[in-house]
Design a protein around this ligand. Sequence first.
Ligand SMILES: Cc1cc2nc3c(=O)[nH]c(=O)nc-3n(C[C@H](O)[C@H](O)[C@H](O)COP(=O)(O)OP(=O)(O)OC[C@H]3O[C@@H](n4cnc5c(N)ncnc54)[C@H](O)[C@@H]3O)c2cc1C
Ligand code: SF4
Ligand code: SF4
Length: 428
Amino acid sequence: MSEVIATNQTILVVGGGISGMTAALEAAECGKQVILVEKNPSIGGRVSQLYKYFPKLCFPSCGLEINLRRMKANRNLRLLTLTEVTAVSGAAGNYSVTLKTLPRYVNENCTACGECEKAVETLFDSEYDYGMKPRKGAYLPFNMAYPQRYVLDPRLIGTPDADKAKAACKYDAIDLGMQEKETTLTVGAIIWATGWKPYDADKIQPYGHDRIANVVSSVEFERMLDPFGPTGGKIVRPSDGKEAKNVAFIQCAGSRDRNHLKHCSRICCMATLKQTTYLREKFADDFKASVYYIDIRAIDRLDDFYRKVQADPNVTFIKSKVASITADKATGNPVLHGVDTEGYHRYSNPHDLVVLAIGMEPSVPKGAFPMDIVVNEEGFIEADKANGGIFAAGCSADALDVNRAVQSATASALRAIQVVNRVAGMEG
Ligand SMILES: Cc1cc2nc3c(=O)[nH]c(=O)nc-3n(C[C@H](O)[C@H](O)[C@H](O)COP(=O)(O)OP(=O)(O)OC[C@H]3O[C@@H](n4cnc5c(N)ncnc54)[C@H](O)[C@@H]3O)c2cc1C
Ligand code: SF4
Ligand code: SF4
């Protein structure tokens, strides 16, 4: 890695999801020096793990590709992957930041030929597929990963597989001696865009995500639809691989609940409406989607999308907070138990598959930020003057859809530019 050069007029962006990429690009395209750090081996964030985007139902790869092209064309932007911020001190216009970069064990010579992957045998759960699929110890995080460079899982180092990977590489791209690196930089402003993580569905015990095979979370369901994903793009039951045509969606799974996340995650209603369209796409008229909900929160212009799904005769809305799920031993069907609050009758409804619309929580837990920063009760960063030259973008600020995340990122870029311009004005 060549030396990282930064000054008090540099903007640091933390997190390379859609928000961090947008903020970094907006600032860099305004002529500012930007350093974008991402803790994973590739940028792209959670959006790259979605099958399609609401409301237009286009593929996230399009948006990603446009941003990657803009990034490659911009000399003001420096990307550091496998990197996290461990400490921040100072004030707006003059922050000292410490970065920790983990070894990739693969250098810039990598052509992504994939020979190292073929040579190694050890398998690990794929983080990208939420553990639904294994990946090799030498791997490309996903097809559109950027940088297009392989990575060696640190658990491989010191094993015969690491030597096999090195021997397979014709380009001298594998460096098993790479070490963790610490860098200290001066920057003028910081944009925090570390996004969100899915609420741990296993914690919602009555729904049995940890023990009933045919109960999956909404993010896992997105991965199922990917042709390169764990089921090759098929909607099937994890228990027996049979097509799942009768699917239940449970809203507010772990959200609006004082035992889990108190807040409404705002996106999961829209995500479910979108996911019912996946069933129509795969099975035409031969499917049944049942949405169990407390109330549907489709934000402003997305109302139209809601109306379209409501008009689908194969989609039923059941106003009820599901009390529990059991598994029918003979069929493997998950059976939903509860009371329909519109007719006040009890039900025990079997389905092929259950999708839990889990909530979004901030990626960085409250109290774990490497600097003093004002966050709200849920752990999202507040727009507070006390945060000085540190601004939140996208889902670091709130549970947002992509459209709003991008707007928030653009606003943060503008605020950060104002900070570094003030510094330039004072020094000039
Ligand atoms: C089931 C589901 C379906 C959805 N479908 C849609 C949809 O169809 N349309 C839509 O508009 N929105 C959808 N969303 C919402 C969408 O996923 C978010 O709007 C989007 O991910 C926000 O992007 P972000 O960059 O703010 O966060 P993220 O996508 O979470 O990106 C954050 C990035 O920061 C990195 N990072 C995390 N911690 C650190 C750290 N400490 N240091 C450095 N880097 C770090 C992460 O690795 C990641 O790359 C959906 C959400 C869910 C739950
Ligand atoms: S590390 Fe070497 S063998 Fe592996 S993909 Fe890169 S160039 Fe190919
Ligand atoms: S967006 Fe819908 S499913 Fe998600 S927490 Fe809010 S009401 Fe519940």
